[in-house]
Write a protein that binds this ligand. Structure first.
Ligand code: NAP
Length: 482
């Protein structure tokens, strides 16, 4: 590990200001398959202890002024910025994405800390005109309590800070369980939080068996919110498990994004939108374009240009200069992708580019373009999570809207057209939480990120993204005399 600060490589979990547990679960570099570190497998009792400590820390952390908590967050932000290269390196080592994307992820991750450090100062309450002369109605916002954050491997840092930032800023304390593939970034982050002086118990990171940890986090009455990013299947399971203690849920789940291109679109811009939304992070993002609908008038032209762009992508280890596409996260991801492609080809889709494992071996896969894809094919119905662009053909606006909406997911959608009326009309009719209009890059801390239907509940980012971390309290002052 070529870290400038080797003490950022942590092989223990962090509970109540202590580094705990014996490293036993290996973490692999997906580019080489080699073990880079190990992290502990904490038991259910350890997780219960972490929750108890977070509960105790809540008493004092929640009573600080928002500005005092922002002070801690600012120290943490400074340390993250100073150690940006090491954090980016860790992300690439355990997740595989190119180093340039990892650097972008560190910036994106920090943006949530910066935003919410300030936003918590604006957690305004309200007075409401009373129903009696002698009374007054006041509404305040209070921090919720202990929050459980369960995060995926595809953005090892940003999916954590998108939750931790509003939680800590609002006065909550956190027990975080990062994905087993990518715990090292989480542990480096908490090491920097410790250096920033964030008090023991405020931000805890536990590693180990997801099922056992999940059972404790959802059953424990001290935990007030499950903030989860991951697959829809696990999201549903956590919803079920949380029912017994009536927990609030913030769920950021899977997507199946349509990307619709009309003949009046700026083709260069549509092409760059597809390249970004499809091939960033090797297609392993929840807002990745999953079904690219191209109008019949420009279908052949677009395919030709897309294939040319894809042929220029350089595949290799994420740490190497100039690489655009790293490895997939795991063998099982690779096998699933192959099955999706095979099943679609069996039903008549054609491979225009790629389609196979890359000659580099391991979990490297060729950036792929498929044509003649139809809605009923597996590749169009399922979330792909790989560098495969399925291109479908359409002729009519109403028809493409119906096809785009015919999914149980509702996270992101994209439209490319120079007809403003059409863009408005479609943006309103698409049943998705986010719509990119002549724009393929949606993610920012300034806007509410989240989905409809089975893509989730709640929003992250923007002023809306702190609302799940507070309770409204209605106070009725009575007996007031004039
Ligand atoms: P995943 O398998 O659902 O895992 C996500 C997290 O949940 C991991 O920390 C995992 O732990 C944990 N987990 C798994 N089973 C659990 C259980 N029974 N109880 C408690 N925790 C459990 O998802 P993934 O493969 O890591 O991530 C990819 C998915 O995330 C995709 O569907 C993607 O669309 C979605 N995603 C959504 C957004 C969004 O904002 N909507 C953003 C990014 C990703 P282990 O790793 O230890 O198994």
């Amino acid at each position: 590990m070529k870290l400038q600060d080797s003490s950022l490589l942590r092989e223990q979990a962090y509970v109540d200001g202590q580094w705990v547990g014996c490293p036993s679960l290996p973490v692999f570099d997906p580019a080489t398959g080699s073990r880079i570190a190990s992290v502990p497998s904490l038991q259910r009792e350890d997780v219960k202890h972490a929750i108890r400590c977070a509960g105790a820390a809540f008493c004092s952390w929640s009573r600080l002024l928002a500005g005092e908590r922002a002070g801690f967050l600012r120290l943490w932000i400074d340390l993250i910025r100073k150690n940006k290269e090491d954090l980016a390196f860790l992300i690439t080592c355990e997740q595989g994405k190119p180093l340039s994307e990892s650097r972008d992820e560190v910036d994106y991750g920090v943006s949530f800390l910066e935003f919410y450090a300030e936003e918590a100062k604006r957690l305004y309450g309200e007075t409401i005109p009373p129903f009696r002369r002698s009374s007054r109605i006041v509404v305040t916002k209070e921090p919720l309590g202990v929050v459980a954050a369960i995060t995926p491997w595809n953005f090892p840092m940003a999916m954590i800070t998108r939750k931790i930032a509003p939680a800590l800023a609002a006065g909550c304390t956190v027990v975080c369980k990062p994905a087993i593939e990518t715990p090292l970034t989480a542990l480096a982050l908490v090491a920097l939080a410790e250096r920033a002086g964030i008090p023991p118990g405020v931000f805890n990171v536990v590693t180990g068996d997801a099922v056992q940890i999940g059972i404790e986090l959802t059953a424990n009455p001290l935990v007030k919110l499950i903030a989860f990013t991951g697959s829809t299947a696990v999201g549903k399971l956590l919803m079920n498990q949380s029912a017994s203690s009536v927990k609030r849920l913030l769920l950021e789940l899977g997507g199946n994004a349509p990307f619709i291109i009309f003949p009046d679109a700026d083709i260069d811009s549509a092409l760059s939108g597809v390249m970004f939304s499809k091939y960033r992070n090797m297609g392993q993002t929840c807002i990745s374009s999953n079904r690219i609908y191209v109008h019949e008038d420009i279908y052949e032209l677009f395919l030709e240009r897309l294939s040319y762009e894809v042929s220029k992508l350089k595949v290799g280890s994420g740490g190497l200069e100039g690489v655009d596409q790293g490895p997939l996260i795991s063998q099982s991801a690779l096998i699933r992708l192959e099955q999706q492609i095979k099943s679609s080809v069996d039903q008549g889709a054609q491979i225009v580019k790629g389609g196979c494992r890359h000659s580099l071996g391991g979990t490297f896969f060729e950036p792929t373009v498929l044509r003649d894809v139809r809605d009923e094919m597996r590749i169009a119905c399922e979330e792909i999570f790989g560098p495969v662009a399925p291109v479908l053909c359409f002729s009519d606006e109403a028809d493409v809207i119906a096809r785009a909406n015919a999914t149980r997911s509702g996270l992101a959608a994209y439209i490319y057209s120079c007809n403003l009326s059409r863009c408005w009309r479609m943006a309103e009719e698409l049943e998705f939480g986010m719509v990119g209009i002549n724009e393929g890059r949606l993610s920012t801390e300034l806007a509410p990120f989240g989905g409809t239907k089975e893509s989730g509940i709640g929003r992250e980012g923007s002023r809306y993204g702190i609302e799940d971390y507070v309770n409204l309290k209605y106070m009725l002052f009575g007996g007031l005399s004039h």
